[in-house]
Design a protein around this ligand. Structure first.
Ligand code: BES
Ligand code: MN
Ligand code: ZN
Length: 504
């Protein structure tokens, strides 16, 4: 996708289609570019829009054919609803829908996207944030995945987007930066989607490590990949136990982002981001039934989000040191598989009695969290497709959020809101902790069925000492059964946008 930023009038846009966003302000539509364009079209545009009762309500759109002599063949009026009803999430979702619509119009290769005159009381920052969301929304909205198709390949026509931001309220330089950030985010999010959509016969632990290594070519990012001997040296025995039965051997991936020299805050303790990296979860000996296993290539969605964030760092360049950790492996079956009843020492020294081999994610994460502590982080964030229970509780579009610090939880919830992602707090309820007591080891790794997302989080908490930490259960929104809001069907890239906002 080629992206350019232009400072001329969008009415001169050389494009197949001009997308013209329109706020609903009382009864009138004609503000900003719309009235200018309507004048150029001798009033035909608004007359036609009126005929079909286009009122710029949220998500309403109206396609109009221009005529000979115009720089663009078509105009789409894109309804944004009332300005005060718009939030980052709804704008992202709306941009996604209009981008999909535009990319499906036959023959459309180049789209020009204008920006409406903002309401008078809107701040400059609001204008910039909206431009960023606009670029993020279009950049992710045109996402498709047809890597493995030999027919119907490359169906999406859109190859070029021209952004015009004259009325954005921001200076041209600032507007350009906002668009670049939005596009950088979109690339990170789309990368995370790709990683999830690739099947487990491509994204093996080694395959995932190879994708991570590609990020090492950006300045400021280094990537280290370790194999079994090194993992054993680190005493990550829980992680190794989960990895044991698969022919695809584990890879421990560590990414380091160092901010540009002289940056304020560069010397502060790093932020550690950990992503669950189960390239496939069969359930192990406690084998999943076929229907539940079908989508388990998505079980590396947490690590995809971490890698997507690192991709976006190329553009965002935050002033903080960031460490990414992925304990990549496959939960398979075989004569060498770990079993219920096994007692295994963790990296932290605590021993764990295995109850259900399908609760493998928390085992790999426990050792990854202990490893994360070695970086003496200011705080740690883990993202994991961890429990079906979280999906039962919150639905499949919401991230469950557990933290051992109230202020960190609030920071992350605020970041999610600004980023337009749906996060909701859940409790680390101490009353459920006795469920993790074992007769044979220091800990059992699962509790009862009820509150399963909470006991999983309580298990993880055992491995973070007193370090500020937040656990994000993304089992629901990491992989979607249909397009919903800005989440596309299949891999969604959930988490990237919030992490980006957080590290910024
Ligand atoms: N990867 C699954 C959780 C999951 C479920 C992710 C649905 C995405 C969609 C995880 O490893 C798992 O199997 N969890 C078990 C835990 C149970 C055995 C305690 C679950 O949630 O059923
Ligand atoms: Mn599992
Ligand atoms: Zn799993």
């Amino acid at each position: 996708m080629q992206l350019t930023f232009q400072t001329t009038s969008p009415l001169q846009a050389k494009a197949d289609v001009l997308v013209l966003p329109v706020f609903k302000t009382g009864k009138t539509l004609n503000a900003g570019w719309l009235s200018k364009l309507d004048k150029a079209l001798s009033g035909a545009l608004l007359k036609a829009a009126k005929k079909v009762d286009f009122k710029a309500g949220a998500d309403a759109s109206f396609l109009f054919q221009t005529w000979e002599g115009f720089a663009f063949d078509r105009v789409i009026l894109w309804g944004l609803g009332e300005a005060e009803d718009l939030c980052p999430e709804s704008l992202w979702a709306s941009a996604t829908k209009i981008a999909r619509k535009v990319s499906k119009i036959k023959g459309v290769k180049t789209a020009a996207i204008a920006w409406p005159a903002l309401p008078k009381k809107a701040s400059v920052e609001a204008g910039e944030a909206m431009l960023e969301t606009l670029a993020k929304g279009f950049g992710t909205g045109v996402y498709t995945f047809d890597e493995y198709k030999t027919e119907d390949k490359g169906k999406t026509g859109l190859t070029k987007m021209l952004f015009f931001a004259e009325d954005a309220g921001a200076s041209q330089a600032k507007a350009k930066q906002a668009l670049a950030r939005g596009m950088g985010l979109a690339e990170g999010i789309n990368m995370a989607r790709d990683l999830v959509n690739h099947p487990a016969n491509t994204i093996t632990p080694e395959g995932l490590a190879n994708e991570a290594k590609k990020l090492g070519k950006f300045s400021g990012i280094t990537v280290k990949v370790e194999t079994e001997q090194a993992i054993a040296k680190r005493n990550m025995h829980l992680y190794l136990a989960v990895s044991r039965a698969s022919k695809n051997r584990p890879r421990l991936i560590t990414l380091t982002y160092t901010p540009p020299k002289g940056t304020k805050l560069a010397k502060k303790d790093p932020i550690v981001l950990i992503g669950k990296g189960l390239v496939f979860d069969s359930g192990g000996l406690c084998l999943k039934p076929g229907a539940s296993m079908e989508t388990m290539k998505c079980d590396m969605g947490g690590s995809a989000a971490v890698l997507g964030l690192f991709k976006a760092l190329e553009v965002l360049k935050p002033a903080r040191k960031i460490i990414g950790i992925i304990a990549a492996c496959e939960n398979a079956i075989g004569g060498d598989a770990y079993r219920p009843g096994d007692v295994i020492p963790s990296k932290s020294g605590k021993t764990v009695e295995i109850i259900n081999t399908d609760a493998e994610g928390r085992l790999t994460l426990a050792d990854a969290l202990s490893y994360g502590l070695e970086f003496k982080p200011e705080f740690m964030v883990d993202l994991a497709t961890l429990t079906g229970a979280c999906v039962v509780g919150l639905g499949d579009t919401t991230v469950g959020t557990f933290a051992n610090r109230d202020d960190l939880r609030q920071r992350v919830l605020d970041a999610a809101e600004t980023a337009g992602e749906d996060f909701w707090p859940l409790p680390l309820n101490k009353k459920l902790r006795p469920q993790l007591k074992s007769d044979f080891a220091d800990l059992k790794h699962t509790g009862a069925r009820w509150g399963g997302a909470i006991t999983a989080a309580l298990f993880l908490q055992e491995f973070v000492d007193d370090t500020p930490w937040i656990h994000l259960d993304i089992a629901g929104p990491a992989y979607s059964s249909k397009n919903q809001g800005h989440l596309p069907k299949n891999g969604t890239g959930v988490g990237v946008a919030t992490l980006a906002e957080l590290v910024r």
